[in-house]
Design a protein around this ligand. Sequence first.
Ligand SMILES: Cc1cc2nc3c(=O)[nH]c(=O)nc-3n(C[C@H](O)[C@H](O)[C@H](O)COP(=O)(O)OP(=O)(O)OC[C@H]3O[C@@H](n4cnc5c(N)ncnc54)[C@H](O)[C@@H]3O)c2cc1C
Length: 301
Amino acid sequence: MEKYDCIIIGGGIAGITAAIYLKNASKKVLLIEKGAMGGILNKISKIENYPGFTTITGPDLASNLYEQAKSNQIDILLDTVINISQSENENIVSLKSGDLKCKYLILATGKEARKLGLPNEEELIGHGVSYCALCDGFFFKGKDVSVIGAGDSAIHEALYLANICKSVTILNKYPYFKTNENLVLELEKKDNIKILYESMTTALNASDNKLTSITYKKGEEEHELKTDCVFVYIGSTPNIFASLDFELDGNYLKVDDKKRTNLKTIYAVGDVIKKDLYQLVGAADDGMIAAVDIIKNLNKE
Ligand SMILES: Cc1cc2nc3c(=O)[nH]c(=O)nc-3n(C[C@H](O)[C@H](O)[C@H](O)COP(=O)(O)OP(=O)(O)OC[C@H]3O[C@@H](n4cnc5c(N)ncnc54)[C@H](O)[C@@H]3O)c2cc1C
């Protein structure tokens, strides 16, 4: 069986950056991605804080990264890793089609949108429940939609939807937003955005498996809000592998300053690790740090 110097799981910005550094150092590297290259970038409408671009859409940046990976001749495998394990001298990455072996493993698996946990939520995905304004907003052009959340993502995506939809109602369970004042001021400038503070969504109401309204609680009172789609931005859960005994901080992988997990030869980078800020430049930086440390170790062999 072919043995790689390093396998990277996850083709977002963190994984692609690590792959570029490893490949440029002539290491035998494989990048495995289960969905679209660029990862979460494919779901971000507008980025205005990534160096080198005054403004760029997420899919455009994803496509640039993919092109860069291809031009660096990085081996990319589009498949889902179902398990990882370790034997004495190697890491084993399991796919449905079989196992792959590597000396070093980088987990760049990101995080998934957190669900509301309401009874019929799963059935209504694609029928009035969405976690991606960029992917689904267009289908609700001229319609009344709602956004649930209190952070940066909820605000950014509400602003994006306000340019497409007739109205956007934000349901924020707190009496404030967990973001900077300027963003909130931007929200308040939009005529078609309404904010409901201290409002907790309690039910998704549907007819013929299509969302028609949501029920929310403000204080002790319940209210109904008619809406064509609800976009949920209430945080995320990191994609970790429970098969190995990783040290965690909350749900996130704990790493040291070289992005090493507690398990020898396994590194983790990007949104899957515990850190203060989850941003693109930070994810790219993580990928670089892990790759450089792995390159140093491989060069010592
Ligand atoms: C709505 C939104 C807006 C944002 N806006 C900004 C912004 O304006 N500026 C900014 O700096 N940051 C922004 N961010 C944050 C930034 O996008 C992330 O921090 C960064 O993209 C994370 O990159 P990543 O490579 O760690 O993860 P991801 O991009 O999530 O990549 C992880 C990849 O791993 C793959 N994967 C997972 N499990 C497996 C498996 N088992 N097998 C194979 N592949 C697997 C996934 O399919 C995914 O493609 C935003 C985030 C969101 C959600």
